[in-house]
Design a protein around this ligand. Structure first.
Ligand SMILES: Nc1ncnc2c1ncn2[C@@H]1O[C@H](COP(=O)(O)OP(=O)(O)OP(=O)(O)O)[C@@H](O)[C@H]1O
Ligand SMILES: [Mg+2]
Length: 262
């Protein structure tokens, strides 16, 4: 019998626009294409993104309702594997994009956030009951309670950063001051890397080691910046529509490294 991974992956970053949502979505599709069962949850309550891709799938209940204790996670999840003809199952949980909901989530107090953390931790049993390999959390940038809760309740916390000096310095502080307090071993995914010339494998390895030394964390991948990825944005899913694109190939290598994490 196939062994289930049963792990929660959180995708965070210090600064906005590093590529969290695009990476989260494409990783989810790559895992499901390979036959793994995955759920992706939009936990970016300030600027929900997933609904733009799955507009027709907006349910009566959202991830907001789940954290507000108004429904179970099963009420939120939509199985989109049939629609996209995926080998594994892919369940999507959307956040409420209405301005009213965004305002409501911004004004939560720390007592609510503690209960929300309990709700997230309870998803561990959902992994088992739904037969999932992974739950992927897409989160808001920065050190909002909701994003830290997502990281705190995950098994594989991933921080996405560009290689911009300010981004790296901030990511390093975030690892040192927040993730070490959570006692989490964090994985860094460098995105939108711009190289003046094509790099050999050893060239890539040198760069990765340099960032690992600076960040004192494992770099799980380094993805170049692609103009066409920027241009397409959320119009379609690269992992499905452009499987040979180097953006997808790079993410496939990341997915394999995630699969090999014990
Ligand atoms: N490797 C890449 N090359 C080029 N463009 C990219 C790459 N990765 C992401 N992008 C683009 O960068 C923009 C921001 O990406 P995305 O929405 O995933 O960021 P985010 O971290 O989720 O943002 P936010 O913090 O606002 O939630 C999008 O237009 C996306 O298409
Ligand atoms: Mg996002």
């Amino acid at each position: 019998m196939k062994v289930k991974r049963e792990k929660v992956i959180s995708i965070n970053s210090l600064r906005g626009g590093t590529g969290k949502s695009l990476i989260a979505i494409n990783l989810a599709f790559l895992f499901a294409k390979k036959g793994l069962n995955v759920s992706i949850l939009d936990l970016d309550f300030r600027a929900p993104t997933l609904y733009t891709l799955f507009e027709g799938e907006l349910q009566e209940y959202t991830t907001n309702d789940f954290l507000n204790n108004k429904c179970s996670i099963e009420d939120v999840l939509v199985d989109v594997s049939g629609k996209y003809k995926l080998k594994g199952r892919l369940f999507v949980g959307l956040a409420d994009p209405s301005l009213e909901a965004i305002h409501d989530m911004i004004n939560k107090d720390s007592k609510w956030e503690m209960r929300a953390l309990q709700r997230l931790l309870s998803l561990k049993s959902t992994i088992r009951s739904l037969g999932l390999d992974y739950i992927i959390y897409d989160t808001s940038p920065g050190i909002l309670y909701s994003s830290i809760n997502a990281a705190a309740s995950s098994d594989i916390p991933i921080l996405v950063s560009t290689v911009d000096n300010a981004d790296i310095a901030g990511t390093r502080r975030m690892i040192k001051e927040i993730y070490s307090a959570l006692e989490k071993k964090v994985f860094v995914l460098l995105n939108k890397f711009v190289s003046r010339e094509p790099l050999s494998e050893s060239g890539w390895n040198v760069i990765i080691r340099r960032f690992e030394n600076t960040l004192k964390s494992r770099v799980i991948g380094i993805i170049p910046c692609f103009c066409d990825v920027l241009e397409v944005g959320y119009q379609y899913i690269f992992a499905l529509n452009r499987p040979e694109h180097p953006f997808v190939k790079n993410l496939e290598a990341v997915a394999e490294r995630i699969n090999s994490i014990k």
